[in-house]
Unconditional design. Structure first.
Length: 172
């Protein structure tokens, strides 16, 4: 969920499969929308707009719901809530990954969107971050990042009027 929606761990771990009372984040399984901020929860600077779920993820969520799950993240048929860090750290170490946290999944989601050339406005809206933040933090992930500048710096300058090469300055 966190990787495919770019959602913070707290909203993922508290999410229910269907709307329930209590103001928690929830999944609309019929329409495929993740309401990251439950009804009644106040808006914070950590924006949490609804997110359209990828079809493959939605299929898993519907299947889990059909098998009796009531929350996105459960352990022994009980919701995990926000207590995911210890289990996540253990799983990461078992997989040979270090310096990985649940928030790393949000970073990966943002990087994938930028790399796959999703327009910044659409990616920022999906992730619930500003276009400025997305551009500042993830621009380096775009294919061809600074390629034009890197290629140009090694070419000899040419006078566009005469077509002659301009000597490079020496020294300073």
């Amino acid at each position: 969920m966190a990787l495919y929606t770019g959602t913070r761990a707290g909203a993922v771990c508290g999410a229910t499969l269907g709307k329930v009372s209590g103001g928690t984040s929830w999944i609309d399984l019929e329409h495929g929308i993740f309401f990251r901020r439950g009804a009644g929860q106040r808006e914070t600077k950590k924006r949490q707009p609804p997110a359209k779920l990828p079809v493959r993820l939605l299929a898993h969520l519907r299947r889990w719901h059909g098998l009796g799950s009531s929350h996105v993240v459960e352990w022994n048929v009980k919701p995990v809530g926000a207590r995911i860090e210890k289990a996540f750290r253990r799983a990461a170490v078992s997989a040979g990954l270090h310096d990985v946290t649940p928030h790393t999944l949000r970073h990966n989601a943002a990087t994938w969107l930028v790399f796959n050339r999703v327009p910044l406005e659409k990616a920022a809206e999906f992730l619930g971050m500003t276009v400025e933040t997305l551009d500042r933090v993830y621009r380096h992930a775009t294919p061809g990042f600074q390629k034009e500048a890197a290629d140009a710096i090694t070419r000899k300058p040419t006078d566009t009027r005469s077509g002659t090469r301009i000597a490079r300055p020496v020294g300073r």
